[in-house]
Design a protein around this ligand. Structure first.
Ligand SMILES: Nc1ncnc2c1ncn2[C@@H]1O[C@H](COP(=O)(O)OP(=O)(O)OP(=O)(O)O)[C@@H](O)[C@H]1O
Ligand SMILES: [Mg+2]
Length: 365
């Protein structure tokens, strides 16, 4: 008790979690972000990198080539130029089964663990020997003082082990294993406030247009109330460029980002791609309205590497008639002098997961 009292009065007595960096192993990149506490309630982005993965290193969220991924992670860490070797990683949401259950409160830790296991046995489709189980007490159960709501998360061991092995190959230590969608939502939390006009009570659709996949999730009162995933992303645009202008894929990928494509790129390639993305968004919203009690959203947040494509934000706003913003989880943070603000604005939408993972450094000890 006394120790607790002291700890709250004297910052330095409180056990600090060791510093860590956030690392997102996505379908096409390894992304790293380091955030530090700048004091006075302000965070500062210290450094970040986005390093491309060779094709087929990661497929459908599985690490197909641990050695190749390890090499890229090692290179990325070197480019970061940080001394921190502890990292927070995340599993793809599809690799994790989660379930909320109600259990008796006031239990000893061991008893709770035992109960979690027997609950898990009922809904996990494989043997418990093959899975890693984790649980978190969310708070008191809605209608009872004696019970608590518990979130159980389970993932196949090999999914976790593969990621940890990639980190080890790069000389890094995994100290936190999170879930991609949770990390992205932690980054979304950082965006709420006066500047973005987004509040918790609002209904917000977060649309992530990545390299391979477009994911739409709808948030309300800090709860995810809808999600949908489609195979559509920037790699398709790269392929379209390659086909239209007879370029190798690698060249098309560079040209897409640096500009300098022929004049008809806009109308003949980019515009039709944006149309596809917008169609997917309007479809997802339609499904959301018909499958829930809701009939509007207040905001659309576009994230992922394709968020800054020319004309996309405007097209989404115009077609959905909803307030639309491009994600920037760093908008309320200070930047170290090493970071170029303009480049960060372009990269920020693709760094949601890495940012959310980097924030795990500030977990209460
Ligand atoms: N400045 C840019 N201009 C155009 N396209 C870009 C730009 N930056 C990134 N992209 C594209 O965005 C895509 C990568 O986005 P992101 O980093 O969100 O993907 P990812 O997380 O690897 O993919 P996924 O979520 O599907 O696994 C690539 O197709 C890339 O070419
Ligand atoms: Mg992604």
């Amino acid at each position: 008790m006394l120790k607790e009292k002291l700890a709250s009065q004297f910052e330095f007595l409180r056990a600090k979690t060791p510093p860590l960096i956030g690392v997102d192993i996505s379908s096409s990149f390894i992304k790293m972000v380091e955030i530090v506490d700048a004091g006075k309630g302000l965070y500062r982005v210290e450094r970040y990198v986005i390093e491309p993965l060779p094709k087929d290193t990661v497929t459908d969220g599985n690490i197909a080539n641990i050695e190749a991924a390890g090499e890229v992670m090692k290179r990325a860490h070197k480019l970061m130029g940080t001394r921190i070797r502890n990292i927070a990683l995340a599993l793809p949401s599809a690799a994790v089964i989660t379930k909320k259950v109600i259990l008796a409160g006031n239990q000893r830790e061991e008893d709770m663990e035992y109960q979690v296991q027997s609950e898990a046995n009922q809904y996990i489709p494989f043997s418990l020997d093959e899975v890693n189980l984790d649980f978190q007490v969310l708070g008191p159960a809605p209608n009872s003082d004696e019970e608590v709501e518990v979130l159980i998360a389970a993932s196949r061991k090999e999914k976790i082990e593969d990621r940890v092995a990639v980190a080890e190959a790069a000389g890094l230590k995994t100290t936190v294993m999170d879930v991609e969608s949770y990390a992205a939502l932690a980054a979304f939390e950082m965006m709420k406030g006066a500047a973005s006009g987004i509040e918790s009570k609002d209904i917000t659709a977060i649309v992530d247009v990545g390299a391979q996949t477009t994911r739409v999730i709808v948030m309300h009162e800090d709860q995810q109330i809808y999600s949908r995933e489609q195979q559509l992303g920037g790699y398709q645009l790269t392929q379209d460029i390659s086909r239209q202008f007879g370029m190798p894929i690698e060249e098309a990928e560079v040209a897409k980002k640096s500009g300098g494509l022929p004049d008809n790129y806009g109308p003949d390639v980019l515009h039709p791609f944006n149309e596809k993305v917008v169609l997917e968004i309007t479809r997802a919203l339609q499904f959301f309205f018909t499958s829930t009690q809701f009939n509007k959203v207040d905001h659309v947040v576009i994230s992922g590497g394709c968020a800054t494509l020319d004309g996309l934000e405007e097209m989404v706003a115009q077609r959905t008639q909803v307030h639309t913003v491009v994600a920037n989880p760093f908008a309320n943070m200070a930047l170290s002098s090493k970071i170029k603000p303009r480049q960060l604005t372009i990269d920020a939408p693709a760094l949601m997961v890495a940012c959310g993972l980097a924030m795990r450094r500030f977990d209460p000890a």
